[in-house]
Design a protein around this ligand. Structure first.
Ligand code: ADP
Ligand code: ZN
Ligand code: ZN
Length: 811
């Protein structure tokens, strides 16, 4: 191709609310290199933005256009297949294509070259403390730390957050709250932090010449005694100054330093099991489908402890054997080193891990390995569904009912549903696995869209745990005491402590007391930014908002009537732990909830401590219910099964059923049978009754009738349209305009609202919502498109309109 015939223009999709491509001229130097799917840096107003090229062409635009600046990738970041998937997501979820493509190819690429700042563990702790203490206005240092809480950021980025950023960063660096990470250097072993490095003796290398320092000698001796590769940070705990010594020895070739790709733990590695009859039957069907090279979706419905993972592992192996690659999605919190370890021990170097907590450099490295075909097995959380695997043969979605597959910001996609669409386009198989499938998924089986595979029994025919409901109203009548624990539950815990078995206790509500009220006037203390009550956290001696993080001191007097009769109501997990300590002073108790689990490794630390028997009792919120397999847990207690039932959400019953069934499933996974005690004041509620009976079929039938009657999904398509503004007047006006637009309702639609959202004020914004129930997808899409056009035409502020298609929560 000559310069004349190479396309001189390209259409670029940019992450801006305006939902259309923008045309740019391609300078000579770029013409031959830019193709669809490449990321390109372009000028946009006074900014520079990274966008994705949708196509190149030679159609000179009517009006002059600006030049593209720079190509960000050597090869297209998104294949044609992924671009098509992006278009589907934009269309289905009513999101701007540019935002979707940015989510799919999230690498910072050339944009954030050089230094970035990252929060240290110490900084994280401090941030928690500071956000609790500071109730007098915003603190600039805290703002910077907050900006770094979930991602690393560059100085220019931080400067946009706060004009004093350079000075503040210097102060934070000095305190050790923040550290500099060199993005480029992360791949240069000699400069990466020790925690990210693995060290081992270079096989066959002669001892280095010249005199060795003490630390160097000790390190060599240590590695000789402990063959294999070690995390450098861990070695530093045993050998003084090992970090420096390792780098120096590595330069001389005596040692090999590699960047730690992923949190690997092979401690739980084990040989493959021989599949039992049900596993084998399920696997045979999946294998046959993979070999057919056609799209096919399965629901693998297996009771807790039925060995679903082993079926996944075999299915993945079958995909690899057929020369194709495989993708496994797991819920956010479930991607622990232990889980990753299972896959490493089975597939070795062929596994790539994609975790949302990974930094850019680590993610880039994993992407490179996937794209080059080096890694044919990808294990990832929600966004892993966009992994650039070629020749996809299988996608497994574990715990498909899990809420973390839904992204709660634009684009609000559900990773499970995107997996189905991706597999359809690729002619691949999908396996959705769960012990408590979502109503939608199970109904798709009924409609013939998915094929059902079942694992009806636990491994080795272990019994399902016996579940017993404890009616707390009776307990109160009999004891005349409002107690957290029933006598029956206390006895059962005591029995476990006597014989050395372990107990898990669930209370799906964190904090100490769920609200604080005044006895004289009845006033409940609410957040200043949100219309929700504050939760008392005793360890921090603060009242905390669980929605926005606002904190204040516990008042000694009622802010309204000045009475001193303040009291605390409702029990949270912190209080459960506290009361347990009083009942069982000798018991070793760990607690796991969002207050105790801060870093990404923290969760695994508590869990492996419990698994190793360092604790007798693990107390926690829903975090403890997910997929753990801990054989010596023989008692699971649910402190209050009623917590989620009162939520103003049509999924309240489904969620309660899932949570209770999952947590009950943690008991009796070893040789000894398990017991489950569920305390409730609603023992007759079907979600509680059927979870106690662990009868999914009965629950499904009952719930499906309710959904059919009320025209809720799966019998309708739902979208939640939220209008928000810092000004109540504006929020009301916009939502009224929206209401007018939808009156009379378009055909096939039922419109609920506009009305105040269940949480009418959140993070200082007033919120109104319109719930749209549609008989068909097409009608829903048309209505949402009309709403978006309306907001654009009326020049609504960019953040005022939020459209959530297939919402999982209506709060
Ligand atoms: P699920 O995810 O269905 O709750 P898991 O996959 O965690 O169940 O399996 C439960 C336990 O059974 C695990 O410890 C696993 O190693 C073991 N297991 C799985 N399949 C077999 C088998 N065929 N024979 C023996 N043990 C098995
Ligand atoms: Zn009062
Ligand atoms: Zn708040």
């Amino acid at each position: 191709m000559t310069a004349e015939t190479a396309p001189a223009y390209c259409d670029v999709s940019l992450p801006v609310p305006l939902d259309r491509p923008f045309t740019y001229a391609l300078p000579e130097t770029l013409r031959h290199r830019v193709t669809a799917g490449c990321r390109l840096l372009v000028p946009f107003g006074s900014r520079k933005l990274a966008g994705v090229v949708l196509r190149t062409h030679s159609e000179a635009p009517q009006t002059p256009v600006r030049d593209a600046l720079r190509l960000l990738d050597g090869a297209p970041a998104l294949s044609d297949e992924m671009l098509a998937l992006g278009r589907w997501i934009a269309d289905y979820y009513c999101a701007p294509l540019g935002e979707v493509l940015k989510t799919m190819a999230p690498l910072a690429g050339g944009l954030r070259r050089g230094k970035t700042y990252s929060l240290t563990d110490k900084g994280r702790d401090a941030l928690r403390q500071l956000t609790l203490v500071i109730d007098a206005g915003p603190d600039p240092q805290v703002e910077i730390m907050k900006a770094l809480e979930f991602r690393n950021a560059s100085a220019p980025y931080l400067a946009k957050k706060h004009e004093q950023a350079p000075r503040l960063l210097a102060a934070l660096l000095k305190k050790g709250f923040v550290e500099v990470v060199d993005v480029e250097a992360e791949r240069d072993p000699f400069r990466a932090p020790s925690a990210k490095l693995r060290v081992e003796l270079t096989p066959g290398a002669a001892p280095p010449e010249g005199k060795l320092k003490k630390a160097e000698r000790e390190l060599l001796a240590y590695l000789a005694l402990h063959p294999g590769s070690h995390n450098l940070k861990e070695v530093e705990d045993s050998v003084r100054n090992a970090g420096e010594a390792a780098r120096s020895l590595a330069r001389r070739g005596a040692l090999t330093l590699r960047t730690e790709l992923s949190p690997v733990s092979t401690a739980h590695a084990r040989p493959p099991h021989v599949l039992n009859f049900h596993q084998q039957t399920a696997f045979n069907e999946i294998r046959a489908a993979i070999e057919q090279k056609q799209f096919q979706a399965f629901l693998l419905h297996g009771v807790t402890g039925s060995g679903k993972t082993e079926v996944y592992l075999n299915a993945i192996e079958a995909a690899l054997a057929a020369g194709r690659s495989a993708l496994l999605l797991v819920p956010e919190i479930a991607l622990t080193p232990a889980v990753a370890g299972q896959f490493f021990s089975r597939f070795g170097d062929r596994v790539a891990i994609l975790h949302s907590a990974f930094g850019d450099a680590e993610r880039a490295e994993q992407w490179r390995r996937i794209r080059s075909g080096e890694a044919g097995v990808v294990v990832g959380t929600r966004s892993g569904v966009f992994a650039p695997v070629a020749n996809l043969g299988l996608i497994v979605v574990d715990e498909e009912h899990d809420q973390s597959y839904k992204q709660e910001e634009t684009p609000r996609y559900n990773g499970r549903d995107v997996a189905i669409v991706r597999a359809q386009k690729a002619g691949a198989c999908v396996v959705l696995g769960s012990a408590t499938p979502s109503m939608e998924t199970r109904y798709n089986v009924e409609r013939g869209k998915y094929r059902l595979l079942t694992l009806p029994e636990r491994i080795e025919q272990r019994p399902m745990p016996a579940v017993e409901l404890i009616d707390m109203r009776m307990e109160f009548l009999e004891t005349r005491k409002q107690a957290t624990f029933s006598r029956r539950l206390l006895e059962a815990i005591d029995a476990r402590l006597q014989c050395g078995d372990q107990t898990m206790l669930l209370l799906n509500r964190r904090g100490f007391s769920s609200f604080v009220a005044c006895r004289s006037c009845g006033e409940r203390i609410e957040c200043v930014n949100c219309s929700v009550t504050l939760t008392y956290h005793r360890r921090d001696q603060r009242l905390l908002c669980h929605y926005c993080g606002y904190a204040e001191r516990v008042p000694s007097k009622c802010p309204k009537c000045h009475s001193e009769h303040i009291y605390f109501l409702g029990t949270g997990s912190e209080r459960v732990e506290d009361e347990l300590h009083r009942h069982f002073p000798k018991a070793r108790i760990a607690r796991m909830d969002r207050d105790t689990v801060t870093g990404k490794r923290h969760y695994e630390t508590i869990l492996s401590g419990f698994r190793n028997g360092d604790f007798d009792i693990l107390v926690g919120t829903q975090m403890i219910a997910k997929g753990h397999d801990i054989p010596s847990v023989t008692l699971v207690g649910v402190v209050s099964a009623d917590v989620g039932l009162g939520m103003p959400d049509f999924r309240a019953a489904e969620r309660t059923f899932q949570l209770l069934t999952q947590v009950a499933g943690r008991a009796g996974r070893g040789d000894r049978p398990g017991q489950v005690l569920v305390q409730t004041i609603n023992p007759d509620h079907y979600a509680i009754r059927f979870s106690a009976a662990q009868d999914y079929a009965l629950f499904y039938e009952k719930e499906l009738n309710f959904r059919r009657l009320m025209r809720y999904p799966p019998f309708s398509s739902l979208a939640n349209v939220l209008v928000r503004s810092a000004s109540q007047e504006e929020a009301m006006r916009l939502s009224a305009d929206l209401g007018a637009l939808l009156t009379p309702p378009p055909e096939q639609l039922k419109i609920l609202g506009p009305a105040e959202a269940p949480v009418p004020r959140l993070k200082n914004e007033f919120r109104y919502q319109v719930l749209i129930k549609a008989a068909g997808r097409k009608a829903l899409k048309d209505a949402l498109a009309a709403i978006r056009r309306f907001a654009l035409d009326r020049k609504w502020p960019a953040t005022a309109l939020v459209i959530d298609v297939d919402p999982l929560t209506l709060l």
